[in-house]
Ligand binder design. Sequence first.
Ligand code: SF4
Length: 418
Amino acid sequence: MLDEKRLAILTDAAKYDVSCSSSGSTRSYKRGQIGNASFAGICHSFTQDGRCISLLKILLSNDCVYDCAYCMNRRSNSLPRATAAPEEICELVMAFYRRNYIEGLFLSSAIVKGPNHTMEMLFETVRKLRVDYKFNGYIHVKGIPSADKLLITRTGALADRMSFNIELPSEKSLKLLAPQKSKEAIIEPMKMLALDRYYLSPAKRRSDFLPAGQTTQMIIGASPESDAHILKLTEYMYRNYKLKRVYYSSYMPTNFNTTLLPTVAAPKLREHRLYQADWLLRFYGFTADEITDTDGNLAEEYDPKCAWALKNLHLFPVEVNSAPLSLLLRVPGIGVRSAFRIRSARKYAKLGFDDLKRMRVTLKRAKHFITCGGKFFGSENENEVKRLLIAAETDRYTQLSFLSGGDPAAESALTGEL
Ligand code: SF4
């Protein structure tokens, strides 16, 4: 059994990985097995900063042979090391599951001995859980770049979700800060999983191969790439590797023995704006080029949807009773759910501002960009609109800060309503 000391080391070492939100699995309870990947509570709890908490999040080992400059677990860093055996992780998962502490597992690892050895340990843990312990709950397992492709695919055939971390937004930064990793080694398995089942024989293929798909994580602010660069890369990965989510992790300094890294943490606001922009890419029909300037960063003072609308004032105001859905989705303050509600409701009656309020449209922001039955209650002065949007943003975060106990950034990762 994993002793408390190693448990503390391995769970603490896992906290830097944020790509652990789960969704998409519909596999329900099966007679004779334990767990239920479709249970509504699974991984739907989030910490204040939007990170999910109902999985056991643990590393198999933090004893890394690599030396990525930005990482706590790098070989050259002096810190307590620990490694768990697959059996020990399985026992822990089952014990925690039975006590109702967790709904599933997020399992990652540092590189122990080499990529294949590490991937074998991860595979063996997942295999034991599924086959020996008949664990049917949610499993998200981290893939190890450069590991054998068959091993990766076999692990994928047992897990709900897999993720290979892109780590840094450019090949140049990767070479500089994580010289033992390569872009190809990270991208190749992502491509392979997007094509899925390629390395499994047809007889072994499962119709629900990685039902919750794959995700990745990028560290923001450890290297000089702009938000425009990051969002273009994100858009490319969503389009080409069928990713469910890209997670952004603000850089935190842990290595003061190098001049390659900033000595201060990246602002949380930057991560927050990237998550908002990410929602615009996935659900609102925006492209990365529309959201950012050629090579710039996202505006700090208001969300990227407001920033886009202010640059495109010639398209507004739009009449909510007749505007196409694609344009409603671009109105600040009208979220995806509200846009669909408006489209349904206006078939039966002409909508007024009170109806919009009931549909949870944020009129403080939306009123400058819409008419409702021909009426307009916003400001026509661009500077005044900017001032009011900034004030609305401040209000929103003051309220969220109160509700979320201090971290307004939680909202963007949770709802994506913009
Ligand atoms: S491979 Fe790099 S990022 Fe991963 S644990 Fe080792 S040092 Fe850290």
